[in-house]
Ligand binder design. Sequence first.
Ligand code: SF4
Length: 469
Amino acid sequence: MDLRARRFKANSEAALANPVLQANMKTAKGKFVDKRAISIREIDDFEGTREAAQALRNQVIENLDLWLEKFEETATARGATVLWAKDGAEICRHVVDIGRQHGVKKAVKSKSMLSEEAGLNLALEAAGIQPVETDLGEYILQINDNEPPSHIIAPVVHKSLDEVADLFHAVHKTPRKTEIPALTREAREVLRSHFLTAEMGISGGNFLVAETGSVALVTNEGNGRMVTTLPRVHVVITGIEKVIPTLEDLSTLMRLLPRSATGQSISNYVSVLTGTKAAGDLDGPEHLYFILVDNGRADVVGSEFQDMLRCIRCGACMNHCPVYQTIGGHAYGWVYPGPMGSVLTPLYTGIENAIDLPHAATLCNQCGVVCPVKIPLPELLRKLREKQVEKRLRPWSERVAFRLWAWVASCPTLYGIGTRFAVRYLKWLAGGKPSIPVLGAAPEWTKGRDFPAPEGRTFRELYARRRQP
Ligand code: SF4
């Protein structure tokens, strides 16, 4: 697998050296954070709601096979076909087969991270089916040479208004517009004919409701409804962990999802879609398919990382992450950026393929504090670091250094001598100044910041002096 996640350090350096990206990330910074902080105050017992959501997601994951069977039964009873995919290649095979079976030439797509995991657009093109992204952000990325998204709910957050204006002007061959309403109108005009001519609609699914066999879609643009109701074939692609038992559970999660994601009390569109078009229905698909995807998820069930499967893809963890806020999403090198991506990418693509991601965090726990389903992200990142050490995946110099550190730290006399020596050495390096611009033993650390010089004696020295009569 050619994963850009393998080059996280190089990707991050490039992101830090990109002035346009840096300016765009600064503009975006805090936007969702402030809105979330305001909107969660609307709920009387926000912590209690988080705990309820955590409990209900745990209950599903612990009985995942049963709830999936229940979903398959109810969805099939409402005229849908449920297919299973173990990986990205199987997702593509299923969608292409469905397309061929129904004579599809064009497929309109609503946002689906699973189709990003599978590289579905390339497979559709290769099969002679034109994929058209209809979420505004995804559409912008598609016409910009199929650029990957950089955020799970705001895929184009790394771009400025000016960049989008230039792109529309170049691709649509229309006069350059700089007002957001004019740009969105232009996109709508282009997309309208695609909605009306596509034979197949492809969407993701925020939740699958087992008791009714429904898919719940949460969006802020009307495109989701057009994709799922206008074409005669609708294909839902979603992870197996997205199933929830009842509509009442959906209402609990919906108190948290929009608030955590965009700071809205409720998203503009919440659609609960059940079954195929029935006699007398004005719209809806004649054929409905659910593709339920494993792609690494089943291996996480029952493992020490199971908590991660509670994720409802709100993006709050990345919005609050100081690392994500600085480097943006592309540096993470796969579909999911930020703290959730730093856990999911190694789990789904192999721990050896994302060696730096569990270290792309300060472990400040901002992500853990804001996660609406209480996923202990810093703890999972730390566990992944432990796994890397167990599997001897870290560089030998780092392993030797930590062994040495463990040996010194477990021997009080040695530790005392070592810290005294280190403090003297650092003071000497600082030469009387308050900080050290280049650390001899760790030059990378001081590449973008200074190391603070020790101010006085070590803690042990101060403590010993204090104990003196
Ligand atoms: S890990 Fe938590 S905060 Fe991050 S996207 Fe998932 S649910 Fe949201």
